[in-house]
Write a protein that binds this ligand. Structure first.
Ligand code: FAD
Length: 395
């Protein structure tokens, strides 16, 4: 068994960063990386600000898969899907090119990410809702929108309806409207980023994006999507209004991908449950990234880049023989809305307290019931106060 490789499933930031950090500590142990996609390395956050920069999907690849594999001395199985694994036999079953093979592992790392949440819609075009959670998704979206969506066949700009005014919905809204696309956003909440921001910060973002031309539909949601008699798609909203759009993009959230882990008998809740050493409920199987639910984060998923990198460093050390706990520092997230740049240090949902304005304009802090600062939001020029506010915040 000790001759068996470490097997990593997934070639996102979690999978590749784990391998890269591991190789800094161990140059020789065999590593196999199995991934359903091409394995090309790209920074996923660029997907929501690439269109306005006129960056084609292939330009987002920072290192091709073969180069990654060669540099990190990894056996890469691209376009290969792990269908199941057996924790007693320490083996996985992989489907690649319609052939099945079984591989044994010394340790197994699940870095399988999350899947977009789908809401059932009525209508004859309900299956045409898109989402962007991978380079392949972005390539399909980019191809459907066209290189220059401001020059549609009719001579008018194209229209995109975004479902969801959360982080990803607002980033796409800003990017597309900046590129000259007509953008509608629908969300049941009363304002953008309602779950993350104090009300006045959300209103400032709403105003900034409205000034660029984003049209909001708050307090409602898309219920049906049909082919429009005039071409394109006709979306019907719960409030009875309609929007005609060329494309509909769903950005209503992601759910950790747990099906594979569940079928192998691993404990899963909001994600694959991992302890402070990133071990799942089964020995020798670890998980990190968007698929994981961390004990170290109060049983939360942390679907952002910085936690992925932090977890990957700790896991690499453990895999290399030094059991290491992951400790997440406060990791504020930049929201890529150039209309109003935002920096958010989110608060654990169970924390009781309230938002209040802090010092300069464009700064808010979340105070808990014992008057401790637990989170903050900085907007516009105030984002320069990142270090100072981070120091004042108790994660
Ligand atoms: C549009 C967008 C913008 C974002 N912007 C930001 C931002 O500004 N800042 C920030 O911090 N975070 C941002 N995020 C979140 C961040 O990008 C993610 O948290 C991070 O990329 C997740 O990486 P991952 O490796 O866990 O998952 P993924 O990138 O989803 O990788 C999962 C991998 O697993 C593979 N896989 C899954 N199942 C199988 C299987 N059965 N067999 C084989 N392979 C499998 C997939 O093919 C894929 O390679 C953004 C996310 C999106 C979608």
């Amino acid at each position: 068994m000790n001759q068996a490789p470490i097997i990593v499933i997934g070639a996102g930031i979690a999978g590749w960063t784990t391998v890269r950090e591991f190789r800094k500590l161990d140059a020789h142990a065999p590593v196999v990386l199995v991934t359903a996609d091409s394995g090309d390395f790209y920074a996923k956050p660029t997907l929501s600000n690439a269109y306005a920069q006129k960056r084609a999907p292939y330009q987002l690849v920072t290192t091709p898969a073969a180069k990654m594999a060669e540099t990190l001395q990894v056996t890469l199985l691209p376009h290969a899907r792990v269908e199941s694994f057996d924790t007693a036999a320490h083996s996985i079953v992989v489907r690649q090119d319609d052939a099945l093979q079984t591989l044994t592992y010394r340790q197994l790392v699940l870095a399988t990410g999350a899947h977009p949440i789908r809401v059932p819609l009525l209508g004859n075009a309900a299956d045409q809702v898109r989402s962007v959670n991978s380079l392949d998704d972005f390539a399909a979206f980019h191809a459907a929108l066209g290189v220059d969506a401001t020059i549609a066949a009719s001579g008018a700009s194209k229209t995109v309806l975004i479902m969801g005014a959360g982080l990803i919905g607002c980033e796409f809204a800003n990017d597309l409207v900046q590129a000259g696309v007509r953008v509608h956003v629908a969300d049941p909440a009363p304002r953008p980023l309602a779950a993350l921001l104090p009300a006045d910060a959300g209103e400032q973002l709403q105003t900034a994006l409205s000034e660029l031309g984003v049209q909001w539909h708050f307090g409602t949601s898309v219920t049906a999507l049909d082919s429009s008699p005039s071409g394109g798609l006709l979306a019907t909203l719960a409030d009875g209004s309609t929007v005609v759009a060329d494309l509909v993009l769903s950005a209503i959230g992601l759910r950790a991908y747990t099906a594979l882990a569940l079928s192998a008998g691993l404990a899963c809740e909001r994600g694959v449950v991992v302890n402070t050493h990133l071990q799942t409920s089964t020995p020798d199987v670890f998980a990190l990234g968007d698929c994981a639910q961390y004990d170290s984060a109060g049983q939360r998923t942390l679907p952002y880049v910085m936690p992925v990198m932090t977890a990957a460093r700790a896991l690499a050390a453990s895999l290399a023989g030094t059991p290491t706990e992951v400790v997440f520092p406060l990791m504020p997230v930049s929201i890529k809305t150039p209309a109003l740049p935002l920096l958010v240090a989110a608060v654990h949902p169970a924390t009781q307290g309230q938002w209040e304005p802090e010092g300069s304009e464009g700064a808010w802090r979340f105070m808990d019931l014992s008057s401790m600062q637990r989170g903050f939001v900085l907007a516009g020029k105030s984002t320069a106060r990142r270090m100072e506010m981070t120091k004042l915040t108790h994660a």
